[in-house]
Design a protein around this ligand. Structure first.
Ligand SMILES: Cc1cc2nc3c(=O)[nH]c(=O)nc-3n(C[C@H](O)[C@H](O)[C@H](O)COP(=O)(O)OP(=O)(O)OC[C@H]3O[C@@H](n4cnc5c(N)ncnc54)[C@H](O)[C@@H]3O)c2cc1C
Length: 566
């Protein structure tokens, strides 16, 4: 067993993790900062962020407007104190990354350009064409090279070990060698991203499997609001690759099979730029009403995204999605219609946290999609995640560095570490029940798409819980056929699927108990929002018999819940 100690330990090398690492290193250059990632950082999912990052830069815009848009977008489930503080932290991050070399798109006068995005009342999405994530990640990664940051790339974290409720260590497998490596830090930051790949039709990278949520949950750190999963209206059919919301905010239309522009029926003011939950449901209702397109892409019905009338903008402002439509579907978006269908896109829930990025364990912080602050409540606004990664990644980095300065690394809990090592080599790798991990994963995803999707009802949700229980039993009987030490992906999948099964159970249980419709959580059997009973966050805590759900009131400062329409 190899042991590595750092002052600040960060799990995750995406936008939140990298931003946190830079902040910790800048706070005190004498601190050692270790960043552990199952992927090379520039392969993290963040590189695929497309359309933009909301920030109040224009004097005609305001923090109150950004807060209000976010709160209304959240369907009043976001904590308003956290949102008000968050929006004030963002502009500095845009200017800082600009100074570090991020090629933000500019206006002719040289100022940073901003565009409209779904459900914004002011065009505040700062962007780098439609490759925002790619450019921000390149900027952060090259900046990180300046500091004393140790990168542990392709190390897979399996477990957080606490001792008496205090941070002790994190166990990992070095994927290149198969070595079992234990990390210790004076402070720890979770920045391990979302969990969207527990659905089949998704815009996410295949690596986004909720490991961070799963690891924290099993260690006893509560998760919050996991039933709120975002479905983005325009996943390209049949691959699910994202066609950015900017395609609609730049003027693209949605058309049904009759070539009617239908969004006016569902969002008479905002049309295609209503919030994502509203547009996704509208597409599904059109399909259910028989106005979906049955075409050349298998069973999935879809609607069209029409960008022909904005063809002159495609090459400059939307080059990536134009290329994606061409490469993956052979479609020229300048002259042809693009097939789209709602796809899983964002995990509003995550590790229970706040705008200071703390968790229930002292010295353990969380940032990015792994966290539930709650800024996004029941529905995240497009362009409100990358800014969270930057702003709260920075907060987490500073907070962890402050903590590390006045704390020491505890003695290693050798007994628990040994148990984890045994679990991997003597349990997981030696199970021999013949079940195939890829098949269990596929069945889980099909179950989630079918039973816990855009529309939810009690019976399918109950079926989902039964299916997950059966899948958990099958999971106990897996056979990992690959016994190799190096890059044993089957073993990695086994860990990921283990986390996904826990999370699927929490999502479904939370969705079943929330007998109302709010944001992305739409119950056909309870179609109205129920503020009297559900202005509260769902907190899921681990027990060996399944998640224990409790509730906590939403913080309201000055925006009382009202009817939400676009
Ligand atoms: C296609 C797409 C486009 C998007 N476009 C936008 C946009 O334009 N604007 C916007 O605001 N938001 C956008 N989003 C959302 C946004 O991109 C993400 O929420 C954000 O990038 C997440 O960053 P992160 O750092 O939290 O996680 P990630 O970038 O997912 O990074 C997670 C890190 O954790 C590591 N990790 C995970 N598990 C383990 C493990 N077991 N062991 C070790 N390391 C592990 C990974 O290696 C990775 O480095 C988009 C999302 C999608 C799907």
């Amino acid at each position: 067993m190899e042991k590595i100690k750092e002052d600040v330990l960060i799990l995750g090398g995406g936008m939140a993790g990298l931003r946190a690492a830079i902040a910790a290193a800048e706070y005190n250059p004498k601190l050692s900062v270790g960043l552990v990632s199952k992927l090379y950082p520039l392969r993290s999912h963040s590189v695929s962020a497309e359309g933009g990052t909301s920030a109040v830069l224009n004097p005609k815009d305001s923090f109150d407007l950004h807060s209000y848009d976010t709160i209304k977008g959240s369907d009043y489930l976001g904590d308003q104190d956290a949102i008000e503080e968050f929006v004030r932290l963002v502009p500095e991050q845009i200017y800082t990354t600009d100074h570090w070399g991020c090629p933000w798109s500019r206006n002719p006068d040289g100022t940073i350009s901003q565009r409209d995005f779904g459900a914004l009342s002011f065009p505040r999405a700062t962007f780098a064409a439609d490759k925002t994530g790619f450019h921000v990640m390149q900027t952060l990664f090259s900046r990180a090279m300046k500091y004393n940051i140790h990168f542990y790339n392709e190390y897979f974290a399996t477990k957080l070990i606490l001792n008496g409720g205090q941070l002790n260590s994190v166990t990992t497998i070095d994927l290149r060698t198969g070595n079992f490596v234990v990390f210790q830090g004076k402070a720890l930051i979770f920045a391990m991203g979302g969990a969207g790949r527990l659905y089949q039709f998704a815009t996410y990278a295949h690596s986004v499997t909720g490991d961070g949520d799963g690891i924290a949950y099993r260690a006893g750190i509560p998760l919050k609001d996991m039933e709120f999963i975002q479905f983005h209206p325009t996943g390209l059919v049949p691959s699910g690759i994202l066609i950015t919301e900017a395609a609609r905010s730049e003027g693209g239309y949605l058309l049904n099979s009759k070539k009617e522009r239908f969004m006016g029926t569902y969002a008479p003011h905002k049309f295609e730029t209503a919030s994502r939950d509203v547009v996704s449901r509208a597409i599904m209702w059109e399909i259910e009403a028989g106005r979906g397109v049955k075409g050349e892409y298998g069973d999935m019905e879809y609607v069209y995204l029409d960008m022909r009338h904005i063809a002159d903008k495609l090459d400059e402002r939307l080059p990536m999605i134009t290329e994606i439509a061409k490469k993956f579907n052979g479609i020229d978006a300048h002259t042809e219609l693009v097939p789209v269908h709602p796809a899983t896109h964002y995990t509003m829930g995550g590790i229970d946290s706040n705008v200071k990025t703390t968790t229930s364990v002292p010295g353990v912080f969380v940032a990015g999609e792994n966290a539930c602050v709650s800024i996004h409540g029941a529905n995240r606004l497009g362009s409100n995640s990358t800014n969270e990664c930057l702003a709260l990644g920075n907060v987490a980095g500073i907070a962890a560095a402050e903590w590390a300065v006045s704390h020491s690394v505890p003695d290693l809990d050798v007994a628990q570490v040994n148990d984890e090592e045994k679990r991997i080599w003597e349990d997981m790798l030696k199970r021999d029940g013949g079940e195939n991990i890829a098949k269990i994963r596929e069945d889980l995803r099909i179950n989630m798409d079918k039973n816990v999707g855009v529309f939810r009802t009690a019976d399918p949700l109950r079926n989902s819980l039964k299916n997950i229980a059966a899948l958990k039993e099958r999971y106990e009987k897996i056979t990992i056929q690959d016994k190799a030490d190096t890059f044993n992906l089957e073993l990695e999948w086994a860990f990921e699927v283990g986390f996904m099964l826990d999370l699927a159970e929490i999502i479904t249980a939370g969705a079943l108990q929330r007998t109302e419709s709010r944001g992305a959580h739409y119950r056909r059997d309870f179609p109205d929002r129920d503020d009297a009973n559900f202005m509260k966050h769902t907190i899921a805590t681990y027990s060996k018999d399944g998640p224990v759900l409790t509730y906590r009131p939403v913080v309201v400062t000055k925006w009382q819940p009202t009817v939400r329409s676009y």
